[in-house]
Design a protein around this ligand. Structure first.
Ligand SMILES: [Zn+2]
Length: 193
């Protein structure tokens, strides 16, 4: 039996390490990597099942950790990365904002980019201002477009009632796919796609 090997659970690589311990332990490191310590006698199937059961928690952990600077990343590196993100998004938005404002007939008075920790975007309907999270640069353009449409629709509909999602879906039928990618918190390794 291999003592250390890797499995894939729904596309997430998980390092498994066998040890003489009694229980299964799961860890999500700051860089988003996932590992399991497992007792020597537990079956491979049980380990996979264990990871599956904890999938939601794993995705949540990865999501919060990967949008914060990792310990291996110096503040200077992080700043440089954010500057790069700013450049990528500014270029994409020069096309996407006019595209979606004209498709929806909704217009923001101001668009701002910010490094946010807990949200992908925000909208203040009273002032018409929309903010987008810089971290979106690390995700497929589909995700960025979804957040743009989401925030634009908030100019008209506050909160997330059924009508809100219907309107988002009307303009952007792929919104569920984009939302899932963001929830999974698995950015592309190279930004700019
Ligand atoms: Zn919202």
């Amino acid at each position: 039996m291999e003592r250390i090997y890797e499995i894939q659970i729904r596309g997430i690589p998980v390092k498994v390490e066998r040890k003489s311990i009694k229980h299964l332990y799961l860890r999500v490191r700051a860089d988003g990597s996932v590992s399991v310590s497992a007792p020597l006698r537990v079956s491979k199937k049980r380990i996979e099942q264990f990871v599956e059961e904890k999938l939601e928690w794993i995705l949540k952990q990865r999501n919060t950790r990967m949008t914060s600077p990792s310990p291996s990343e110096s503040p200077k590196d992080y700043r440089r990365k954010m500057e790069n993100y700013q450049r990528i998004l500014t270029e994409k938005l020069s096309v996407l904002i006019p595209k979606w404002e004209s498709a929806t007939g909704l217009h923001a008075t101001q668009w701002k980019l910010r490094d946010m920790k807990t949200r992908w975007g925000s909208c203040t309907p009273s002032s018409g201002r929309i903010r987008l999270n810089l971290q979106l640069a690390a995700y497929p353009t589909l995700c960025l477009e979804y957040v743009i449409v989401h925030e634009l629709v908030h100019l008209k509909i506050p909160g997330h009632p059924k009508k809100f999602w219907e309107t988002v879906g009307y303009y952007f039928p792929e919104y569920k796919k984009a939302r899932d990618l963001l929830r999974q918190g698995i950015p592309y390794s190279s930004p700019g796609n």
